[in-house]
Ligand binder design. Structure first.
Ligand SMILES: *Cc1c(COP(=O)(O)O)cnc(C)c1O
Length: 431
């Protein structure tokens, strides 16, 4: 099948949910992917943060081969040896007590929301003898992304994703991003959970502020609500620590992870405290596929290799970020370089420019992604070296020159002062 015939077949056979780039990939190795014409691409997106060890990592291949010969699936009616081993690694890495395994990020998030409501009921019942007193409110943040199912959509703070599917799950309110006053105003004892992405991913690589997260921890504790962090994108080593919250000195009651957990096999997890877990009893939640032996045995390898790469991620992340800041100083269309570890971004002043630059990099054989209209997002695998960063920076530099001269603007910043740059837009009323 060629690209043209594949695209034609898909257009009549598949539910039309994706606006794909006209690229047909056939294989990958390390930091590179190859298309059907044999052209090589440097992968600085990692399948949206999934292939954190790159493509065809030997440890992953070995685990897949070994375990697929033994057994792929047995259901959660029986024991296999890997769930508890993986739970041990993940609880040690997170500082939390227990794990639940599922198949995707969204599914982990759905489970987290169910736990929040169940926890709210037990808390309310404990307080005044009735399970119906309404400790049911869930607070989430503007600009967030938690997935595509009903619960996940209901807590996703972007109207464009929610609106076509209303009505959604009730009793969810949105707090303005990093706005401590708004958080304080909306918080009371009817809240069962506060939901935060430690670094908003799809929303444009926006880290939560230390002030906001610290206050979030205080308020949830004070009101007996769960602090739930979504680290599906920013967790599992992406920021140079196993969990992004470890940069803040704040520990949640529950965290969700998924994307890189099993190197591209579907696996997500909820990690939580014993206290939060006490709301759930056998029969209240479950999955057929989740936490199967194949995915879990691969995840054990991913965690082992990731641990050995954390220092490298921090070092390369700092180097990459400095280079991006250099571009931000040099080019007038860059508002800001931001992010942590190997979760980095350039926020531009214009969506069309961001699109043009991502397109030019693609022409040159570099995969990046544009998110939230104006943001160029970089999620390279943890195995990149400086020379790969340099290649991307050179390509970006050239693309800015082309794009800025095409749009009539000077490519040189006259006054690269931070204070003259526009403030981050509040995303409260975004389409
Ligand atoms: C990708 C993502 C999800 C959804 O995960 P899926 O595996 O696509 O269901 C949820 N939250 C965050 C922060 C994500 O980046």
């Amino acid at each position: 099948m060629t690209l043209a015939s594949t695209a034609k077949a898909e257009s009549s056979l598949l539910l039309q949910t994706y606006d794909r780039h006209p690229l047909l990939f056939t294989r990958g190795k390390g930091v590179y992917l190859w298309d059907d014409k044999g052209k090589r691409y440097l992968d600085f997106l990692s399948g949206i943060g999934v292939n954190s060890l790159g493509h065809a990592h030997p440890a992953v291949l070995k685990a897949i081969q070994r375990q697929s010969r033994r057994m792929i699936h047995i259901s959660n009616l029986y024991y296999h040896e890997y769930q508890s081993q993986l739970a041990k690694v993940l609880t040690q890495a997170s500082g939390l007590d227990r794990a639940f395994f599922c198949n995707s990020g969204t599914e982990a998030w759905e489970g987290a929301l169910k736990i929040a409501r169940a926890y709210g009921q037990t808390k309310a019942a404990g307080a005044n003898g009735s399970a119906k007193t309404g400790k049911t409110r869930i607070l989430a943040l503007d600009g967030s992304f938690h997935g595509r199912t009903f619960g996940s959509l209901s807590t996703t703070g972007q109207a464009k994703y929610r609106d076509p599917f209303e009505p959604l799950v009730p009793s969810v309110s949105f707090v303005a991003f990093n706005d401590v006053e708004d958080l304080e105003r909306q918080f009371d004892s009817t809240v069962c959970a506060l939901c935060i992405e430690t670094i908003q991913g799809e929303g444009g690589i926006r880290p939560i502020s230390k002030e906001f997260l610290t206050r979030a921890r205080e308020l949830t504790q004070q009101h007996g609500a769960l602090l739930i962090l979504d680290e599906i994108q920013c967790g599992l080593g992406r920021t140079g620590r196993f969990f992004a919250y470890q940069h803040y000195g704040v520990k949640p009651d529950l965290v969700t992870v998924a994307k890189p957990l099993a190197a591209g096999l579907p696996l997500g997890a909820i990690l939580l405290t014993n206290e939060a877990a006490s709301a759930i009893h056998p029969g209240m939640h479950g999955t057929t596929f989740g936490g199967g032996p194949l995915a879990c045995s691969v995840a054990l390898e991913v965690m082992r290799v990731t641990k050995s790469r954390l220092g490298h991620v921090r070092e390369l992340g700092k180097y990459f970020r400095r280079q991006l800041e250099g571009l931000a100083k040099k080019h007038s269309s860059v508002r800001e370089a931001r992010g942590l570890g190997l979760m980095l971004a350039l926020n531009l002043d214009d969506a069309a420019k961001a699109k043009a630059i991502a397109q030019q990099l693609l022409q040159e054989g570099i995969l990046i992604n544009r998110t939230h209209e104006t943001v160029l997002r970089f999620l390279p695998p943890f195995i990149i070296e400086k020379k790969h960063v340099d290649q991307v920076i050179r390509a970006l530099d050239a693309a800015f020159v082309t794009t800025e001269s095409a749009s009539g603007a000077s490519n040189l910043k006259i006054e690269p002062s931070r204070s003259t740059q526009p403030k981050l837009r509040r995303t409260r009323s975004q389409k």
